[in-house]
Design a protein around this ligand. Structure first.
Ligand code: PEP
Ligand code: MN
Length: 346
């Protein structure tokens, strides 16, 4: 595999390989949906000991045989050099590096060394923390090791606070990875982002709309009975329906009419961006002047009452203009932070 084909590249299969019958039933259902690669975890990273931790080496043969019987390539997770040895022994076709491993440069290097010269494709999941550098670093380590094609997989990020997602998507991070390494294909794993089967379809569609190169989706012949990640797995029939309903977009040059419309709209955006910068610069000058007054009169830089009233005002304005309140809050938090830093450091 020197290039990712076809696009979208679909990897599907259970969270864990559980038995020869389970992986074969999954493979038979999935292959009918036009999937290219069959996934199944052999070693499962679990938060608590005592949970199902995967069938280990025993399952490698089951996975390989299910893939071969249904004409699909196979892929599993490796977290150390011994796992790589096992998958090479059984002829598994590709590996992924899990989120918990990507954040550990020692392990990534150990895996890169074990894969040296094997030509095996590697799919690198994002680390748990939303730090593009850790993800980029792991991709760099593997790209330089003489394995096969290296791809990235966006599976969402750990975050505090309420969220409908198991792992928040923070789409700007895979977007940044793609900007920095445009030659690396990026897939989306909607199952681990959503954590719930009813979110998988819309997340898959969002990824396709953004231009991701493929999807990794957890599929189990009997999801409710799955030994790991039961809530997020879908059936092969649901996968087939999901894939046939996806609206695809291309990245080729648009027609003349669309190109002209885009040019004109983009020049409007450029004009507005430049006004935004002018306004921010003007705001910052005023903020500096306020800083001087505060300093002279012995007032603290942070004036919580004033900050609360600024926030309330911009949120009300945002509502009037139909702008997302949390977006505007985030923008003004950044502006306020920069403003305070300017006043502290003068
Ligand atoms: C998985 O794919 O089953 C898995 C454990 O993934 P992640 O490393 O993204 O949690
Ligand atoms: Mn899983």
């Amino acid at each position: 595999m020197s290039k990712l084909v076809p696009i979208p590249f679909i990897i599907a299969g259970p969270c864990s390989v559980e038995s020869p019958e389970q992986i074969m039933a999954a493979a038979e259902g999935i292959s009918k949906a036009g999937v290219t690669m069959l996934r199944g975890g052999l070693w499962k990273p679990r938060t608590h000991p005592g949970c199902f931790e995967g069938v280990g080496e025993t399952g490698a043969r089951w996975l390989r045989d299910a893939g071969r019987a249904t004409g699909m390539k196979t892929i599993t997770e490796v977290a150390n050099a011994r796992h790589v040895e096992v998958i090479l022994k059984y002829g598994i076709d590709a590996v992924w590096i899990g989120a918990r491993t990507t954040g550990n440069p020692f392990l990534v290097q150990e895996i890169a060394d074990a894969l040296k010269g094997t030509g095996l494709p590697v799919f690198v999941k994002n680390p748990l923390v939303p730090d593009p550098e850790l993800w980029l670093g792991a991709v760099e380590r593997l790209s330089g090791c003489g394995c096969g094609l290296v791809c990235a997989v966006h599976r969402g990020f750990h975050s505090y606070g309420e969220s409908i997602y198991r792992n928040s998507p923070f789409w700007q991070i895979p977007v940044e990875l793609h900007r920095r390494m445009p030659e690396i294909p990026v897939l989306c794993d909607p199952s681990h982002i959503g954590g719930r089967r009813d979110l998988v379809r819309s997340l898959s569609q969002q990824a396709m709309a953004l231009g991701f190169d493929g999807l990794m989706i957890e599929v189990h012949p009997d999801p409710d009975k799955a030994l790991s990640d039961a809530a997020q797995q879908i059936t092969p029939a649901e996968l087939a329906q999901l894939l046939s309903s996806l609206k695809m977009r291309g990245n080729s040059a648009p027609g003349a009419e669309a190109a002209a419309a885009l040019d004109s709209l983009r020049s409007d955006i450029d004009r507005i961006d430049s006004s935004l910068i002018d306004l921010l610069a003007e705001r910052m000058k005023i903020s500096e002047a306020i800083g001087e007054v505060k300093e002279k009169s012995g007032l603290t830089v942070l004036q919580t009452g004033r900050w609360n009233s600024v926030l309330a005002k911009v949120r009300a304005l945002a509502q009037e203009k139909d702008l997302d309140e949390s977006f505007i809050t985030e923008v003004f938090n950044l502006i306020h932070r920069a403003s305070m830093e300017r006043q502290i450091n003068k």
